[in-house]
Write a protein that binds this ligand. Structure first.
Ligand code: AVJ
Length: 298
């Protein structure tokens, strides 16, 4: 489905919704990098710290000479840390942005001479068709708690698909914790997360000729405890109409567009989910404060 098709179908639902993957245009990716440095947004730092602290054990789990498939372009520091420790025989970054893939692959090629890199333009909703070599040596790396954007059902499907392709998985998962801590992470004092959320409408205006008035929407994020997820919404501040490429959408004052879910899993909950997809939770690494988990699945 194209961006336009996803926007039109999402805004036609009774509860209007937009897929979070569209947050990451050039502007959105820049705002996301700012989010990762916010004092309230503990996820990135906690995952980095645990990866650094346990890198030897993580590399031993992956096995030397493995083929590493990463969902994400591999631009981050964690990837470098992992590549240095793992020395994989093949590195396959998978990303929806061709530009991000090329940038990262070029940089990594310079930093890791001799590393075979085979970038794939795609996302994690479909199985990869690239793969040569043995499933036994393949390791899927899915950091950043991006798996939290999927519903548990979708996460199950993704895990089952990965299991058919790889013998091992390393998955970064944000842990359940004090709702106030979660709330602050998605409602930062500087309003960077609000700008990130609103950029989705700005992107629709830029790329699809939409006429959303950003001033008439406000960022709203809360922890839905029964469902174990942060929900992000854009709430309409007035009765209004917006147009996108000839389509018209009515919004009532107080009505929201649901833009993201970010599921949080206790360690045993995630292990149970992985087990239903055929994986065994073999290893579990956490940062000192117990904020974030990296699961080693076989
Ligand atoms: C990149 C999906 C892990 O859910 O925390 C950050 C995206 N959204 N602030 C997350 C995000 C709002 C992030 N993930």
């Amino acid at each position: 489905m194209s961006f336009l098709e996803d926007v039109v179908s999402g805004l036609s639902l009774p509860q209007k919704a937009l897929p979070p993957k569209y947050f990451y245009d050039a502007q959105g990716s820049r705002i996301f990098e700012r989010i990762c440095r916010l004092p309230e947004y503990y996820l990135t730092r906690a995952e980095m710290a645990l990866t650094r602290g346990h890198i030897g054990a993580i590399a031993a789990f992956a096995g030397s000479g493995c083929e590493l498939i990463e969902y994400g372009s591999g631009e981050g520091l964690k990837t470098r840390l992992l590549l240095r420790a793992l020395r994989p025989r093949l590195y396959v970054p998978v990303d929806i942005s061709q530009a991000a893939l090329e940038r990262a692959a070029q940089r990594l090629a310079r930093e890791f001479p001799g590393l075979r890199i085979a970038p794939v333009n795609g996302d994690f909703s479909r199985p990869l068709r690239i793969l040569s070599g043995a499933r036994r040596q393949r390791v899927v790396y899915f950091p950043g708690s991006t798996i939290g954007n999927l519903t548990p059902q979708e996460a199950h499907a993704f895990l089952a698909m990965s299991r058919a392709q790889a013998a091992r998985m390393l998955v970064g998962v944000d842990l359940k914790k004090d709702a106030n801590v979660l709330h602050a992470a998605y409602n930062d004092a500087r309003g960077v997360t609000a700008a990130f959320n609103l950029n989705l409408l700005a992107r629709i205006n830029r790329e699809l000729g939409g006429d959303f008035q950003l001033k008439r929407f406000s960022h709203y994020a809360f922890y839905n405890a029964p469902l174990g997820r942060i929900e992000m919404h854009l709430v309409s501040l007035a009765d209004q109409e917006a147009r996108v490429a000839g389509h018209r959408f009515q919004l009532r004052r107080g009505e929201s567009i649901h833009t993201e879910n970010s599921y949080k899993y206790a360690a045993d909950e995630f292990r149970a989910l992985a087990a239903r997809a055929g994986f065994t939770g073999k290893k579990l690494w956490m940062d000192r404060r117990g904020l974030f988990a990296l699961h080693g699945l076989t």
